[in-house]
Design a protein around this ligand. Structure first.
Ligand code: HEC
Ligand code: HEC
Ligand code: HEC
Ligand code: HEC
Length: 184
């Protein structure tokens, strides 16, 4: 009897820790979920800046004539359906941890560089750098992050990426120091 109770309790504990574990994995929520707090000019207008540049159009690009040419070179029938294109022209392609708000059409979003955002996007966490990092945020996407997609040898691509320092300036979206809401 005691044995049975023990086995049962272990099973229950195990089940609960599995649930807790599943809940611990951050999900990709999409750029629309970052917009409300990251659009104001005085805070650095990260969302509008991203919208104006090509990362936000990376999926749309796959519909162009140029895309058809690249698809031929890479032996791809439909760029909008093939992993060979979507792996670089969208965010977290093939990942299981996608929230309902995730949209493939948003292309290369904030989360492609800053990590899946469901656990750090809360105001109380975002305002605290340390807590944000603990919740899965990469504050400074480094060369390795860019290199996931900016490769020198992608067929049909000319590989325009020069150096990290130069390229990162083109997409810069800093928070103006005087309006920084972070706890230091
Ligand atoms: C390894 C990552 C990667 C893969 C795989 C990839 N792309 Fe790209 N694509 C890029 C990057 C990075 C750029 C930006 C320009 C550059 O660096 O060449 C780009 C640019 C483009 C452009 C814009 C043209 C330009 O020069 O600005 C088109 C169109 C395109 N890709 C289509 C495709 C298609 C179609 C596929 C699949 C057959 C594909 N790409 C696969 C990373 C990739
Ligand atoms: C292509 C990669 C990339 C994308 C996409 C991107 N970021 Fe960033 N972000 C970076 C990098 C790299 C830095 C750090 C730059 C540095 O250290 O100079 C940064 C910095 C930041 C900072 C901190 C700035 C500071 O002054 O400390 C904020 C806030 C931010 N990003 C928000 C966003 C939001 C919101 C989006 C989407 C709307 C976004 N980012 C999209 C790469 C990216
Ligand atoms: C998930 C893949 C991915 C990651 C990660 C990524 N990029 Fe890109 N990047 C692309 C694609 C795809 C394009 C081309 C989009 C198009 O032309 O439609 C592009 C285009 C660019 C461009 C040219 C277009 C523009 O708006 O200026 C710059 C600059 C750039 N990326 C910088 C960076 C930097 C810096 C990093 C790292 C901090 C980075 N990217 C990370 C996929 C990626
Ligand atoms: C509820 C509001 C809110 C939402 C939603 C939000 N952020 Fe933030 N975020 C902030 C605040 C406040 C800061 C502190 C910096 C500042 O003053 O803008 C910040 C800072 C950041 C930083 C710099 C963090 C550091 O400590 O270096 C990044 C990167 C960032 N956010 C990315 C994102 C991304 C990506 C999303 C969407 C997944 C997002 N944020 C959603 C409020 C928010």
């Amino acid at each position: 009897m005691l044995n049975k109770v023990l086995t049962l309790s272990i099973m229950v504990i195990f089940a609960f820790s599995m649930i807790a574990f599943a809940g611990d994995k951050p999900e990709y929520v999409g750029a629309s979920k970052c917009k409300s707090c990251h659009k104001a000019e005085k805070n650095g207008a990260q969302f509008p800046k991203w919208s104006e540049r090509k990362h936000s159009k990376a999926y749309e690009t796959l519909k162009t004539d140029d895309a058809k040419k690249k698809a031929e070179v890479m032996d791809v029938k439909d760029p909008l359906k093939d992993e060979k294109c979507l792996s670089c022209h969208t965010t977290a392609y093939g990942a299981k941890n996608l929230a309902k708000s995730y949209k493939i059409e948003e292309g290369v979003t904030c989360e492609a560089c800053h990590g899946a955002g469901s656990m750090y996007k809360k105001s109380s966490i975002m305002k605290d750098h340390k807590k944000s990092v603990e919740a899965g945020m990469f504050a400074k996407a480094d060369e390795k992050v860019c290199a996931n997609c900016h490769k020198k040898d992608t067929p049909g691509h000319d590989g325009k990426f020069t150096t990290y320092e130069k390229e990162v300036k083109k997409i810069a979206h800093p928070v103006p120091t005087e309006n920084d809401r972070r706890k230091k």
